[in-house]
Ligand binder design. Structure first.
Ligand code: PEP
Length: 250
């Protein structure tokens, strides 16, 4: 039985004072304890996330990290810094990082392995562009990302990874993949994990859908067999929406 996992991706939103206010609201929400909930904040908000979310069931994490522990990497944040602050998650390979910051699969693979070596939970994002979907190349694209990004990860470690299937055309656009299409792709990703790591591991790996998930579509998406959670951008910035997402089963 895979525990549902709903994680907010704040992206480059929320100054520390704004984060303080939102986290105070999140702290006071009545959330379903059968659902794993988390928020991935900008790095500058992590200290306040640690303080505000202490004693709650909402975990927190980062949206990126470098794979080295420390050193001359100006502007980067390291796995040691994240575990020291108490972060649980780190989003890796988000399509915005792949596109705007030219992150390649080889770099993402190093980051995934480093996160696992430091007991962080990588939320590994994958997904196709609209052109790839229209050319019926979505499976080829996602297969290539999964195989490269998870290269040399052990069968034991793969169970700790959360995979987020995020079709790029559905992120921040208000267009959601149909629940059947989202489920089919999450099922396809599970079959790739089975090929790479064995069936038992594939049944334990949690696969999220991401792309304009809102309170009004979360129930339908979460009812699908292969969708174990959601990675949520826009709707995670409002405490009442975040609560409605986490409480999808209530
Ligand atoms: C995301 O940022 O990962 C995302 C899915 O964004 P949104 O929910 O806004 O589409």
């Amino acid at each position: 039985m895979r525990k549902p996992v709903i994680v907010g991706n704040w992206k480059m939103n929320m100054t520390v004072s704004e984060a303080e206010k939102l986290l105070e609201e999140i702290k006071n929400l009545d959330l379903d304890e059968n659902v794993e909930a988390g928020v991935c904040t900008p790095a500058i908000d992590l200290v306040i996330a640690k303080e505000k979310l202490a004693g709650t069931n909402v975990a927190f994490g980062a949206q990126n990290m470098y794979y080295e522990e420390s050193g001359a990497y100006t502007g980067e944040i390291s796995p040691l810094m994240l575990i020291d602050i108490g972060a649980r998650y780190v989003i890796l390979g988000h399509s915005e990082r792949r596109e705007y910051f030219k992150e390649c699969d080889c770099l993402i693979n190093k980051k995934v392995k480093s996160a696992l070596a430091h007991d962080l939970v990588p939320i590994l994002c994958c997904g196709e562009t609209l052109e790839e979907r229209e050319a019926n190349e979505h499976e080829v694209k996602v297969k290539s990302q999964i195989e490269k990004d998870l290269k040399d990860v052990s069968a034991e470690d793969i169970e700790k990874v959360i995979i987020a299937y995020e079709p790029i055309w559905a992120i921040g656009t208000g267009k959601t993949a149909s629940s059947d299409d989202a489920d089919a792709m999450c099922g396809y990703i599970r079959s790739l994990i089975a090929d790479m790591f064995g069936k038992e591991a594939s049944e334990k790996v949690r696969i999220q859908y991401g792309g304009s998930v809102k309170p009004n579509n979360v129930v339908e998406l979460m009812a699908k067999e292969n969708i174990d959670g959601a990675l949520v951008g826009g709707a995670s910035l409002k405490a009442s929406d975040f609560a409605a997402l986490v409480n999808f089963a209530k």
